[in-house]
Design a protein around this ligand. Structure first.
Ligand code: SF4
Length: 510
């Protein structure tokens, strides 16, 4: 087994790069390693027995950074016989054997489709004293069937699909994570229930394009629900989450405007535990740029969805992703993006400067823009976004908010004596604990009144109006993290039993 020479269990550390999908994959990697007998290395441990890099391929220079990090580890490994280094994730799927050619001190390379093989590959590499490279072209086991060590006591990710059928020209996901594969509703709901049984209050349903969820399996999902076809599967999934007792907040990411249907808006509005927050990537407000990005909605359709969301849920907080400086983007195109931003009145936006992602069609397109043009547009976009988010946040001063208390959301909390968490609409709240200081735990629920608005957060500096102790708070206090075993969940039954792709990677843009 995985026991060090001295008889103590081998320690591991996972270093994660990229998006929420990767963060969730890292929870699975930790769960797998712990099931195999490894224990997590202490934060300060500079020589864990196993270091796993869960990589992301979407950032510029991602590979330089990886090889730089691997280079730093080489002398550590030389001084620590028996140490192993594993590289997984999107960059591993892309670079494959190249990784051990460039960094021969790496022990294991595994891809996005075979996370479950990691413990075996580590053992095999140790036994054979040779590097193991295993990359599969399609999904071996649906990732959510793997044991998972959850990082949070109060919130959990649940994958509903992996891969993506779209072909956005800036995105590497389709080539690295494969075609979309949806998980059966019954399996998803079992995982959600398992999390809630462990005290989790909030679940985020994850997929590269949640709106296309279920299209491929049509009417064959949950037998006891009236179904109006595969197109409505995601709305039905949201409604089914509404039936889970103890589940207080349901979120999802990311929807694609192309496939967004009215039934999802109705399900959001009518299911009490579904939060009125929507993260819907815009990418560009110019129809010409959207066409070049091969995103098949247009700005009018995008704004139409927002209008309907606001009509159904006036309190909805809408957030987005925007790329500036896509190849061929003109000043006029960029102005159109600003127009949509002003009209949509986002509560927050993740803004990205376009950078070439090797392997994507956009990387070789004509019309790549000089850095300085992109930078100038980027700065204008940020100031436009901030003006709006600040104005929107100011409207909430004096309102009561429900805060799910979080860990690590308030960098200044220690100094200011506040705690932090998220409101139901996803806004970040820093709140004073008042006479409840020392009694509120991460995972508890607090009601408080907003007293100040900044562009990226709200403060609530009065005495909290109420505090509810929760099971998630008990678990946080006891230092218990939820674990989902991964054996109760079936494989998706689309296509062959050992089928397609793993979760989406590193793509801040869908
Ligand atoms: S950007 Fe999103 S929708 Fe487009 S191909 Fe990538 S994952 Fe799919």
């Amino acid at each position: 087994m995985t026991t060090a020479a001295a008889g103590s269990p081998r320690t591991y550390q996972v270093r994660t790069y990229g998006c929420q999908m990767n963060v969730h994959d890292s929870e699975r990697i930790s769960g797998l390693l712990e099931q195999a007998g490894y224990v997590r290395a202490a934060e300060a441990d500079e020589q864990p027995d196993v270091v796993v890099f869960n990589t992301c391929a979407v950032r510029e220079n991602a590979d330089n950074r990886l090889y730089g990090n691997l280079g730093h580890l080489r002398p550590v490994k030389d001084k620590h016989p028996g140490m192993q280094i594993a590289v997984g994730g999107c960059l591993a799927q892309k670079d494959r054997g190249e990784i051990v050619r460039k960094a021969p001190w790496v022990d294991v390379v595994f891809g996005t489709h075979n996370i479950g093989s990691l413990p075996v590959l580590l053992e095999r590499a140790r036994h054979n004293a040779a590097a193991e490279v295993e990359i599969l072209e399609s999904l071996d086991v649906f990732p959510s069937t793997l044991p998972t060590r959850r990082e949070s006591t109060y919130a959990g990710w649940v994958s509903i699909s992996v891969g993506c059928n779209n072909t956005c020209t800036f995105c590497i996901v389709p080539s690295l994570r494969g075609k979309e594969k949806d998980r059966r509703p019954g399996d998803i709901l079992s995982e959600v229930r398992a999390l809630v049984d462990e005290g989790v209050l909030e679940v985020t349903l994850l997929g590269q394009n949640v709106n296309s969820y279920g299209v491929a399996f049509g009417d064959a999902g949950e037998p006891n629900r009236k179904r109006s076809g595969g197109r409505s599967a995601f709305a039905e999934l949201l409604r089914a989450c509404g039936d889970i007792e103890g589940l207080e907040r349901v979120r999802f990411t990311s929807p694609h405007p192309k496939d967004f249907t009215d039934d999802v808006i109705a399900a959001m509005a009518e299911t009490p535990n579904v939060c009125h927050s929507l993260h819907m990537p815009l990418q560009s407000g110019s129809d010409d740029v959207l066409r070049a990005m091969r995103r098949s909605y247009r700005s009018e359709k995008y704004l139409g969805i927002i209008e309907k969301v606001r009509a159904a849920m006036p309190d909805a907080a809408i957030t987005t992703d925007i790329i500036v400086g896509f190849p061929g983007e003109t000043d006029a195109d960029f102005e159109k993006t600003l127009d949509v931003v002003r009209e949509a009145r986002f509560s927050s936006a993740f803004t990205f400067q376009y950078s070439k992602r090797p392997g994507t069609p956009a990387a070789t397109m004509d019309g790549q823009l000089p850095k300085q043009v992109v930078q100038e547009r980027y700065e204008r976009l940020i100031s436009c976004v901030e003006e709006i988010t600040w104005a929107e946040n100011k409207k909430l001063v004096g309102e009561t908010v429900e805060v799910l208390v979080a860990v690590g959301e308030g960098r200044k909390d220690e100094r200011t004596g506040r705690m932090s968490g998220r409101a139901r609409d996803g806004r970040l709240i820093h709140f004073a604990t008042g006479s409840l200081a020392g009694q509120i735990r991460p995972g508890d629920i607090v009601h408080t009144t907003v007293t100040y608005a900044a562009p990226h957060h709200l403060n609530a500096d009065g005495e909290p109006l109420s505090h509810r102790r929760t099971r998630a708070g008990d678990a946080a206090e006891a230092g218990r993290a939820p674990r989902t075993p991964g054996v109760l969940l079936g494989l998706p039954t689309l296509g062959a039993p050992a089928a397609a792709p793993a979760p989406a990677g590193g793509c801040a843009a869908h």
